[in-house]
Design a protein around this ligand. Structure first.
Ligand code: HEC
Ligand code: HEC
Length: 207
């Protein structure tokens, strides 16, 4: 019989053997039926001990197994009542919804950036943009004097992050402004948000 045992039931057998105290099941409709049907072969401990693992389906399968494989004498009519009691009082909590780790959607990246996104954008800007656009984006980077047309003053840019994102995708043909599609979309959005924030800061400072 043990060869057919799941790891769970082996664990349970071991623990049940260790604690020989009688078990008091929770009060509720169906309790008497469960005590009568489930305590003849093993401790009722098996029920609370398996509650972390079994949901309604699991309890239904266990009861069926007790009847078919172990020969538990349970009347077919009583099965739904027993399962109802077990699922209600000893059912596993439903699993919490899985945390979504998918990359943020386009809509999410377009919305107001977090401090984290801005920090990521600043790092990207410093790595890829300041040689031409300058450390504060005003178009006065060290390479700027050699460029015709010159880099734009990004603090005067209209259209916000979506426009920057768009230009990072296309570049401006015939100029030193190439596309940055080798960066991930997320990185481009972060940089775009950071560039847009340069304009906000300037407006704030202008007041
Ligand atoms: C005829 C004897 C018998 C009766 C009656 C019986 N069981 Fe079992 N039960 C067993 C045996 C034997 C095992 C150990 C099986 C193993 O080693 O896998 C077991 C194991 C279990 C386990 C451990 C998990 C598993 O699937 O092995 C649970 C939970 C369980 N029984 C619940 C119940 C419930 C609920 C009832 C009442 C509906 C019940 N049992 C009635 C014989 C019985
Ligand atoms: C090699 C120099 C160079 C680098 C590096 C560079 N740019 Fe540019 N950028 C330019 C030039 C030159 C223009 C002006 C193109 C034009 O005249 O339309 C420009 C234009 C732009 C514009 C359009 C501004 C407007 O008003 O139309 C944006 C937005 C922009 N750059 C963002 C960036 C960002 C963000 C980075 C870093 C990821 C970057 N650029 C890196 C040279 C550069």
């Amino acid at each position: 019989m043990r060869t057919a045992a799941s790891v769970v039931s082996l664990l349970v057998l071991g623990t049940a053997a260790a604690s020989e105290r009688p078990v008091e099941l929770k009060d509720g409709p169906g309790k008497a039926l469960v005590v009568a049907s489930c305590s003849t072969c093993h401790s009722l401990d098996y029920i609370p001990m398996n509650s972390p693992f079994l949901d309604r389906k699991g309890w239904a399968a266990t009861v069926t197994k007790m009847m078919n494989a172990m020969g538990a004498p349970v009347a077919a009519d009583d099965v739904p009542k027993i399962v109802e009691y077990l699922a209600t009082y000893y059912g596993k909590e439903p699993a919490p919804p899985a945390v979504r780790t998918a990359p943020p959607s386009r809509a999410a990246t377009k919305s107001a950036p977090s401090a984290e996104v801005l920090a990521r954008g600043k790092a990207g800007f410093e790595a890829y943009c300041i040689s031409c656009h300058g450390p504060s984006g005003r178009g006065n980077g060290p390479v700027a004097p050699t460029l015709r047309p010159p880099p734009k003053d990004l603090t005067a840019l209209k259209g916000g992050a979506p426009r920057v994102f768009q230009i990072l995708g296309t570049g401006v043909s015939g100029t030193a402004m190439v596309s940055f599609t080798h960066l991930s979309e997320e990185d481009r959005w972060a940089i775009a948000h950071y560039v847009a924030s340069l304009r906000t800061e300037k407006d704030v400072n202008a007041k």
